[in-house]
Design a protein around this ligand. Structure first.
Ligand code: M6R
Length: 620
């Protein structure tokens, strides 16, 4: 949700900043802009509504030489306050044209600040909350307590702001210095050789350095080409958390695929392997960065999973396994609903917060609510040092590598695997499974990457099928047991990528209403339970298929190879390898991802950047 970057060094800033924006465009693509200091007191700004390519064209028209200099900031926007127009694009500039700011998040007290500024004669040139910050700083620098001191004026300005934000300031009088601050939304420093970066995400500077420093909550960093200093908002040194990025530029590039999403679908076997790697040691499940003792786990008497979107579906799937293995009650709740309904939580409740980005505002607020109620919180996250793991008691990283396509794919499978590890760790601590059973479940999980690889190698017929249904107006998805959340996920993928009305249902619910939707030729995708593992559910699903076929539906059935009943009745069959029932979602989801991506491509859409969406949603 908005990507921001700042660069100070010896090289021309423009190319570095624009390349950084290109790699962070997944965070927002409503508009983009840059501000470059020429070092002689000049500040040049270019910004444009729409995707980064529009800004590229504008820069080519005005001439890149107008944006010379080796200090620069940039922004790619997902609009919150104000339409995605040129006028509202960042950077925003002070009235004297000497100060520029880029911003991610929301300044919640912008209304009273705007009134205060307007009463003082300031004219606003955008509808954004961001502009209040640049005017406040301009006034502070001109006539405040710290007049003429850019850094001290920035601190004074930051102390007046409320909300969740990352801000990056630069001033024409101070080339070679950038001030940036973090409150809830992410900010990392990239430490180069004679150059420094600040950015929302390490992908912005991975090409230049793999040494980074994570800022914590309410921290400010001042960077120059050779130094960085991190403090709280009052200027007291804090230091940040240095880390080394363990993946490289290739992981953040498309590697020959047309879209990141297609690459990320293909990377799923590896993502699963990395997520599971090292978690079985000497016959015991070990969760890294667990920070919860075996006794803490033994004390758990209830599990809540909180998450949004695809991560919520991972939680729904995990519920089946965690309840089965631990006999603990597991509730799965949309994070956006959780804290508004007074859930029953206590010291013995384990709240598992699942978030690929670790930034999702709804999930973060759910974590805070759980902690206020004294519950233990364990985060499942793919982003090192993000806010949700920072505020949780424990974290289990998914190690899926960077996921850049807005639609979550490899992180979804990795989240399911990680949640299963949590279930096994709980079963181990509580003694609800014998240790050899825990090891057997883990060993079965270890077979899944190979099964996913098999599915990936058989996807051409799915792509053909998807192309033939690309003009459908509605597609329904049906599942039972663990197949039900898979159906929800299949529908979400199709909605968000192909903008087709898609809904997932528990197949047993059909006759309670949704069957009224069935009409001639309506495509219905069915996730078939195993004919051996879930014989009863399987036979009920066969009946459901017959019911909808009788009413004209065209059925596309995802089924195991020995499922003769499914093969006999399906209009179209998508085979998947046989797996233990609880693990089936890890393979049955894959054709649905491929189906959605192919339909979207056939309709001419950009599957990496679906309309109106952004990769991380840092506002509630
Ligand atoms: O970063 P998170 O895992 O917390 O994100 C949660 C959802 O916003 C995310 O899964 C979203 O639903 C994706 N667009 C789904 O593909």
């Amino acid at each position: 949700m908005c990507g921001i970057v700042g660069y100070v060094g010896a090289r021309p800033a423009l190319g570095i900043v624009v390349d950084a924006l290109r790699r962070m465009e997944y965070r927002g693509y409503d508009s983009a802009g840059v501000a470059i200091l020429d070092g002689d007191g000049g500040l040049a700004v270019e910004k444009k509504a729409g995707r980064l390519e529009n800004l590229d064209k504008q820069i080519a028209e005005v001439g890149a030489e107008t944006l010379r200099g080796s200090t620069g900031i940039g922004h790619t926007r997902w609009a919150t306050h104000g339409q995605p127009t040129d006028r509202n694009a960042h950077p925003h500039v002070s009235a004297d044209g000497r100060l520029a700011v880029v911003h991610n998040g929301i300044i919640e007290n912008y209304s009273p600040l705007r009134v205060e500024l307007e009463n003082a004669g300031v004219e606003f040139s955008s509808d954004t909350d961001t502009e209040t910050a640049v005017h406040l700083l301009e006034r502070e620098y001109a006539s405040g307590e710290h007049a003429g001191d850019f850094v001290a004026s920035a601190y004074a300005t930051l102390r007046r702001l409320e909300g969740a934000f990352t801000l990056v300031f630069t001033h024409a009088d101070h080339p070679g210095t950038i001030v940036a601050a973090r409150r809830s939304t992410p900010l990392v420093v990239g430490v180069g050789d004679g150059e420094m970066f600040v950015a929302s995400d390490v992908t912005a500077f991975i090409e230049h350095t793999r040494d980074a420093v994570e800022l914590g909550q309410d921290e400010v960093v001042v960077i120059t080409a050779d130094s960085y200093s991190i403090t709280d908002f009052d200027g007291a040194a804090t230091g940040g958390t240095p880390f080394h990025i363990d993946w490289d530029l290739a992981a953040a590039e498309k590697g020959g695929y047309d879209y990141f999403m297609l690459k990320e679908i293909a990377e799923q076997p590896e993502a699963l392997e990395s997520t599971m790697s090292g978690h079985l040691q000497d016959g015991r499940i070990v969760l890294d960065e667990q920070r919860l003792s075996d006794q803490d786990l033994r004390d758990v008497d209830k599990v809540f999973v909180v998450a949004c979107g695809t991560a919520y579906h991972a939680g729904l799937i995990a519920k089946y396994a965690i309840e089965h293995w631990t006999r603990l009650p597991v509730e799965v709740e949309l994070a956006s609903e959780f804290r508004y309904r007074d859930p029953v939580l206590g010291r013995s409740t384990l709240v598992v917060a699942i978030s690929q980005s670790g930034e999702t505002a709804d999930t973060l607020e759910a974590v805070r609510h759980a902690k206020d109620q004294k519950a233990r919180v364990l985060a499942i996250c793919n982003t090192n040092g993000a806010q949700i793991p920072r505020e949780s008691d424990a974290v289990l990283y998914t190690h899926a590598g960077p996921e850049i396509g807005v639609a979550s794919t490899k992180c979804f499978l990795a989240q399911i695997a990680a949640a299963y590890l949590v279930g096994l760790a709980l079963a181990q601590a509580l003694g609800t499974k014998y240790q050899d059973e825990v090891v057997r479940e883990f060993t079965e999980l270890e077979q899944i990457p190979a099964a996913v690889q098999t599915v990936l190698e058989q996807m051409e017929p799915v792509r053909e099928l998807a192309r033939s249904f690309a003009s459908s107006d509605t597609v329904l998805f049906l599942g039972r047991h663990v197949g039900y959340p898979v159906a929800l996920e299949g529908a979400l993928k199709l909605k968000e990528l192909a903008y087709i009305h898609a809904e997932g249902f528990a197949a047993g619910e059909l006759k309670h209403g949704p069957i009224a939707l069935i009409e001639d030729g309506l495509p219905v995708i069915i996730v078939m339970p195993s004919p051996t593992g879930r014989a009863l559910l399987h036979s009920k699903m066969v009946s459901n298929i017959r019911e909808i076929q009788a009413r004209g539906a065209t059925t596309i059935v995802i089924a195991e190879p020995d499922d003769e009943a499914a093969a006999a009745i399906a209009d179209h069959l998508i085979p998947i390898p046989a797996t233990p029932t609880l693990l089936q979602p890890l393979v049955s989801t894959v054709p649905l991802q491929v189906f959605a991506a192919t339909v979207a491509q056939s309709r001419g859409y950009d599957v990496d950047k679906p309309r109106n969406l952004a990769k991380s949603v840092t506002v509630e």
